[in-house]
Design a protein around this ligand. Structure first.
Ligand code: RNT
Ligand code: ZN
Length: 422
């Protein structure tokens, strides 16, 4: 492990290099510390939840791998999450799914859940001092019939899922109120068609009706904000999804909900970075599900790709920090799950730091003057700046291992804690 003085010495050199570019690294670190990432609970147990152990989520969500040590209970999931948090600089949130309800051994169906099933989560989050975001769970349930929920032609099935949606907003508001920080409740449905539909219109019109019923009752926006999440296709829904991008963009703008942009939900070369400033021309706030699509999978662990950097640049360079709720959404069961959390969250923060360390004013000045040569040259020069030294200093200030030292902690946790699970 690098001695603290080495980290600081490297930082001083880096600070001077950035200062020469007109970038204040200390200011960048202060701004980075203010970012709060909503870290998804579902990486910890392969989107399992606690309703019925061991069932695949379905709904086009495929989790592959069987790395040992998966969390089997709320206590284990919380312990693993806390372990991950201890290795991620900053103060972050948890994004929880309704399927993580604690029903105390008796079945409580999705149209029956309420805040009682989430008291344990509220108490835990309160004690940890973290905020919670919430998600309706429209998958992994027998009433997802033919892969359909809120768009199902059967009114009874729609009604069941509408009731679920309503209850989740109430639970979200309870989280927000109890924890003193607004909960964003995110609605995504798996509905779609494997093959060419004969009717693209009716399911969308049913979806509007269902959503309007879910969102009918006003909820105090200080406690809960609603967001809707588009997707273009999924496994088993290759030909049509009623809840597409245009559909939800129109819905969010007309109804005043937030819109969730998931980086894995678009066509392979279609990033979400460029959608951010467009959506925010018409919506006050949006949610990001930062993920990494690889071919047909939308949910690989977030790595420090150009796509991720482009997302962070849009948020930082446009001053959208207050209007964009950054969340993570991926699941990989083929590697240590705690490490998967840590890697993705640290990469998100690293991307934000890279964006904070760019001389935006100089870049934009060159652009305004039509000097695209300078703009390109500067953007490329930035890639070889000593960013790692600034990141390590950030970790040091946050009392979190820098570089790859965090991995040693994960390995120790795997040996001592995860290894004892069978
Ligand atoms: C699915 C959506 C959705 C889920 C999680 C589990 O494609 O991205 O957000 O991944 O809610
Ligand atoms: Zn998502």
């Amino acid at each position: 492990m690098a001695h603290h003085t080495d980290t600081e010495a490297a930082y001083q050199l880096a600070r001077d290099r950035y200062a020469a570019l007109g970038v204040d690294t200390d200011a960048a670190l202060d701004r980075l510390a203010a970012f709060s990432i909503s870290i998804h609970c579902w990486q910890g147990d392969d989107v399992g939840g606690f309703e019925h152990a061991g069932e695949a989520p379905g709904g086009g969500l495929a989790v592959t791998g069987n790395y040992p040590g998966k969390a089997r209970t709320p206590a284990e999931l919380r312990a693993d999450f806390e372990q991950a948090l201890s290795l991620i600089p900053g103060r972050h949130r948890m994004s929880l799914h309704a399927s993580y309800a604690e029903t105390g051994g008796r079945p409580v169906d999705r149209d029956q859940i309420g805040v009682e099933q989430f008291r344990g989560w509220i108490a835990w989050a309160k004690q940890l001092g973290i905020g919670v975001d919430f998600n309706q769970t429209y998958f992994g349930h027998p009433r997802v019939e033919r892969g359909l929920t809120l768009t199902h032609p059967d009114e009874g099935i729609r009604r069941f899922w509408i009731e679920h949606g309503i209850r989740c907003r109430e639970i979200g508001a309870a989280f927000g109120e109890a924890l003193g920080t607004t909960c964003v409740t995110n609605l995504w449905i798996p509905d779609g068609m494997k093959d060419t539909p004969a009717d693209r219109r009716a399911p969308r019109e049913r979806l509007i009706e269902s959503l309007d019923a879910v969102f009918a009752k006003p909820v105090d926006p200080r406690h809960n904000l609603d967001s809707v999440e588009p997707k273009l296709f999924g496994i088993g829904a290759e030909s049509y999804t009623p809840g597409s991008h245009e559909f939800y963009l129109g819905y969010a703008v007309s109804r005043g909900t937030l819109l969730t942009l998931d980086a894995g939900h678009y066509h392979p070369t279609e990033g979400i970075a460029d959608k951010i400033s467009s959506a925010l021309c018409f919506l006050p706030e949006i949610v990001l599900h930062v993920s990494r699509g690889v071919r047909w999978d939308s949910d690989h662990v977030v790595t420090l790709t150009d796509d991720l950097q482009a997302i962070a640049q849009e948020v930082v360079w446009n001053g959208y920090g207050d209007r964009v709720h950054i969340g993570l959404d991926y699941f990989d069961a083929s590697i240590n799950r705690v490490a998967a959390w840590v890697i993705g969250a640290r990469n998100m923060l690293e991307a934000l730091l890279l964006a904070l360390l760019a001389p935006v004013r100089a870049l934009r000045q060159a652009e305004l003057e039509g000097d695209y040569t300078t703009r390109l040259a500067l953007m490329e020069d930035l890639k070889v700046m000593p960013f790692g030294a600034v990141w390590d200093e950030h970790c040091r200030r946050a009392n979190v291992p820098g570089g790859r030292d965090w991995l040693r902690e994960v390995k120790r946790y795997e040996r001592d804690v995860l290894g004892a699970r069978s």
